[in-house]
Every structure is written in structure tokens, then in C-alpha cells.
Design a protein around this ligand. Structure first.
Ligand code: CA
Length: 255
């Protein structure tokens, strides 16, 4: 995993977990160059049991977003390196993650551009109440129906029937209790999808999931791997299409 701490001062990773660990709490990316605003949002999110990652620079935030699991973006329009609208355009190339715009411009045209033209989900006009922002964040997360993963690690044992199970001791993923025949790289990709179901993962993100990917691997590598994974899943369960292709966005595992 490449370092995301381009500007350590501005990155308040308020959770003490390492970046590579799976996020069990909603992970909120706050892109805002005003340190006081960023700190107050992060502090309030922490109190409400969210994780928060703050970035001053839009492109640093985009890099983090492309390499980590994020549940929602709070995006300031006036950033030092790129406008929030341009950043939103870039985000929408790979992701349909909820985005809430922070704007000091109380201007209907700007807001309509952001919400409708570029695919923002909501906006908050400065100055704003952090409590209001958090209630908007909660509303967006309810829309996207973020739920606890319906997956268990079979090595820990569970009585509940699960579609997918992970046996980390044997480095296996099971579908309906049958081991799925996968290469190491395919196993990594499917493991990531199974641990983060019902959300879209871009091809670029999945390439980064394969830490030891060979040089020269590209989008077509992921396409090939996904095709093999589908065939392997189909051998066990031909009634369901678990992996969904989202044209231009990426793939999701639907459970
Ligand atoms: Ca700003």
C-alpha cells in the first residue's frame, strides 16, 4: 500500500487502526483546506463513531479514494489545487460514492451544477452546523444501505448459513461451503469483493488490491481475472450472478 500521508499535518486519521485494515465503521473522506473546519468535522464524526480522513489537497484525496474503501465524501468547492467541481468529475469517473458538497457560494446555479450536472448527492452551505452535516451524512449512508458484511470467517465459527465463507487458515473462499477454485491473484480480488459486498470497486482499485501484481498489468488484467472468478463461481452455483459489471465504473459483488 502506497503512503497516503502526503501532508501528515493535514491528515487526521482519528482512528488508530492501520490504513490497510478493513473499515468496520463508515469511513468518511473530508476534503477541506480550512484546518479549523476539517478538525471540527473530524472531531464530531469521531464522537459519532465514524472514521474520518481529512485532506487539504483534492488530488491527494482522490489518490486515497482510489486506493481505500471510503463510504462517503464531504467535498469543499474551494480547494488549493483543484476545484471541488473538477474533483467531483474525476471521482464520478470511477465511483458512485455519495458526495456532499460544502460550499461558501450560496448560489443556486453552482449548487444545481454540483448536484445534477456532476452527480453530487447533497450540499451544505457555509457557515453550517456540524450536527446538520452529520445528519445529512447519515441520511446518505441510509440511502446507500451500508450494512454489516453478511460474511463470516469460517475459522471463527458461526451457526448462521452464509453464502460466502472465508477460511483464512487455508487461504480459501467457500461458496455454499464448497471451495472456489481460484489462483492467488483471483483469490485476493474475490476476498476483497466478499469483504466489501454491494458496493462498486473500480478496476484501478482492484489492481491495487493485488499488491504483488505483475508489472504491465492493466484494466484488461482485471477483466480477465473477473471472468475466471465468474466461471469458478458458476461451477458451484449457476443460478446466481454474484459479480455485477457496472459499465465504466467497475464491479460489485451482489449478495
Ligand atoms: Ca476552501
Amino acid at each position: 500500500m502506497k503512503s497516503i500521508f502526503i501532508n501528515e499535518f493535514m491528515n487526521y486519521n482519528i482512528n488508530t487502526q492501520e490504513q490497510d485494515t478493513e473499515h468496520t465503521m463508515p469511513n468518511i473522506l473530508v476534503v477541506e483546506d480550512d484546518k479549523a473546519i476539517c478538525e471540527s468535522i473530524a472531531f464530531a464524526l469521531e464522537n459519532e463513531s465514524f472514521e474520518a480522513q481529512c485532506f487539504e489537497m483534492g488530488l491527494d484525496a482522490l489518490d486515497y479514494l482510489n486506493n481505500n474503501d471510503v463510504d462517503l465524501v464531504v467535498l469543499d468547492i474551494g480547494l488549493p489545487d483543484i476545484s471541488g467541481f473538477d474533483l467531483l468529475r474525476k471521482i464520478r469517473k470511477n465511483s458512485d460514492i455519495p458526495v456532499i458538497i460544502l460550499t461558501a457560494r450560496d448560489d443556486d446555479a453552482d449548487i444545481v451544477l454540483g448536484l445534477e450536472g456532476l452527480g453530487a448527492d447533497d450540499y451544505v452551505t457555509k457557515p453550517f452546523s456540524v450536527r446538520v452535516l452529520i445528519s445529512r451524512i447519515r441520511a446518505q449512508l441510509r440511502h446507500t444501505n451500508k450494512q454489516a458484511s453478511p460474511v463470516v470467517d469460517s475459522t471463527t465459527g458461526s451457526d448462521q448459513p452464509q453464502v460466502f465463507k472465508i477460511n483464512k487458515d487455508l487461504n480459501q473462499i467457500l461458496l455454499h461451503d464448497q471451495a472456489i477454485d481460484l489462483t492467488k491473484a483471483e483469490c485476493k480480488i474475490l476476498l476483497h469483493l466478499v469483504e466489501n459486498p454491494n458496493r462498486i470497486h473500480s478496476k484501478e482499485h482492484l489492481l491495487n488490491v493485488m499488491h504483488d501484481r505483475p508489472t504491465g498489468s492493466s484494466d484488461s488484467t482485471i477483466v480477465t481475472h473477473i471472468r475466471h472468478i465468474r466461471v469458478a463461481l458458476n461451477k458451484i452455483d449457476s443460478d446466481n450472478e454474484y459479480i455485477k459489471n457496472h459499465r465504466g465504473l467497475g464491479y460489485s459483488l451482489v449478495i
